[in-house]
Structure formats: C-alpha cells, structure tokens
Write a protein that binds this ligand. Structure first.
Ligand code: ADP
Ligand code: MG
Length: 242
C-alpha cells in the first residue's frame, strides 16, 4: 500500500514556479533518497508533504487521506509524519528528555510518565541513553541531531522525512547520524531522505530520485541511477558530486 501519493504537484512562491508537476508514490517501508542541485525544490517538496507549505495545485495523499481535502485534520496528518531538518532546532532551555517528551505530552497522547519511559527507549535506540538529563548545548552536533531524530519518533510517526540531516555536521559526526537512519530503514520505516551523501543513498535507498528545476528528471534503483544514469542532467550532477 502507498503511504504517500503525490499527483501533479505544483508549488509557486509568488510568480516563481518551484515545483512543476511532481508525481510520486512511496510504498510502505520504502526508503526514497532525493538528490539534486541546490535550488531544485527538494526542501519545498518535503515541506509540502507535511503541510509546512501550502500547495498551489495537485494532490497529496498521506495514509489514504488527501491533505488538500477541506475536511482533513491537518494536525492529525502531521502527527503521522516525522520531520528532521539540517538544523536540529532543539529547545535549548529543555533537557534532552524534555525535548522528546514535549509533543507527546502537549498533544495529550501520553501522560508524563509514559512519555518519560518512551523518551528513555528512544534515547537508547539512538545510543544516547546516558544523555537523558543533559541540555542540548552540552551535546555535539551529531548527538543533537540524534536527539532530534528521537524527538521526531516520539509521536510514533509512520513516515519520516529528512532534509539534509547531516549537512550541518562536522564530517566525523556524519556516520553516527546515518547509522541511526539505517537502523530505521532496517526496522521498516517509510522514509523520504534529501541527502548529499551519495554513498549512503546507494546503500540505504530502495529508490533514488534525481530532481532538477522542480521536476523529477530520473529515478530508479541506486545501482542504475548511480551506475548508469540515463539523463544528461543526472550525469552532469553525479559527475560534480561523486
Ligand atoms: P533545494 O532544497 O533543492 O535547495 P528549495 O526547495 O529550498 O530547493 O528551493 C527551491 C526554490 O524555491 C529556490 O529558488 C528558492 O529560492 C525558492 N524558495 C524556497 N522557499 C521559498 C520561500 N519561502 N519564498 C520564496 N522562494 C522560496
Ligand atoms: Mg534544501
């Protein structure tokens, strides 16, 4: 079954057409890596999927519910989608555990005690159990990003979106964050990941999508897209980044 279905998606900012007719199905448990040059619309596309941006035209269906449907409960839909950004955006005045517990408690899905237990489990999953009571400022960038992933998982989303999750990290911290994402992939999480880490995409993606100038130019399994790209624009891009 499809978790995400996008049909003929168009997005304008004023007169600028940033997404120019995108179609995409993401199956349950599928890992899609989105690659492409800066400015091609990758972030805007992710932001449209979880309604951080209003779409101009087309349709997006998440878990069978159309997000453009006037009756759709956008907050409920959004709870089902976890998002992790390049900047971790942890709340600096809250401890690591409090950061993770905030959404589940405020949105009243859990009691404080339940949320605390869940926070502990999630921190152990990202290998940071001992940082439970620490403040974000005392963590490295890689550790903060792992907390941000745990925080996104706290609402038990069934889709995770990642927008260049390792781009703000020092090189030695990239691996620890990618390992957490790999673990999620192994556990069957449905994910769309914007990344410049081509080795990672090759390893973890079921499908790689190359986007340029607001359209999907080429897609396929990683071996095909990286090993034998068909489109000139894909070839040029890969020549620059590989
Ligand atoms: P990518 O993530 O692939 O680098 P983006 O989705 O961030 O691309 O941006 C695509 C285009 O949309 C760029 O030209 C960018 O300047 C423009 N853009 C993104 N967000 C906004 C916004 N809020 N207002 C106006 N233009 C925007
Ligand atoms: Mg971007």
């Amino acid at each position: 079954m499809e978790k995400v279905k996008v049909r003929n998606l168009h997005k304008y900012f004023e007169k600028l057409e940033v997404l120019r007719g995108i179609d995409l199905d993401v199956a349950e448990g599928e890992v899609v890596c989105l690659i492409g040059p800066s400015g091609s619309g990758k972030s805007t596309f992710l932001r449209c999927i979880n309604q951080l941006e209003e779409i101009t035209d087309g349709e997006i269906v998440v878990d069978g519910a159309s997000i453009t449907d006037k009756k759709a409960n956008i907050n409920k839909l959004r709870e089902n989608i976890g998002m992790v950004f390049q900047q971790f955006n942890l709340f600096p005045h809250l401890t690591v555990a409090q950061n993770i517990m905030m959404a589940p408690v405020q949105l009243k899905k859990m009691t404080k005690d339940e949320a605390a237990v869940r926070a502990k489990e999630l921190l152990e999953m990202v290998d940071l159990g001992e940082k439970y009571d620490e403040y974000p400022a005392n963590l490295s960038g890689g550790q903060q990003q792992r907390v941000a992933i745990a925080r996104a998982l706290a609402m038990n989303p069934d889709i995770m979106l990642f927008d260049e999750p390792t781009s703000a990290l020092d090189p030695e911290m990239v691996g620890e964050v990618l390992n957490v994402i790999k673990k999620l992939a192994k556990d069957g999480m449905t994910m769309v990941i914007v990344t410049h880490e081509m080795g990672f995409a090759r390893e973890v993606a079921d499908r790689v999508i190359f986007m340029d100038e607001g359209v999907i130019v080429e897609q396929g399994n990683p071996m095909d897209v990286f090993g034998d790209p068909q489109n000139e624009r894909t070839k040029n891009f890969l020549n620059m980044v590989l």
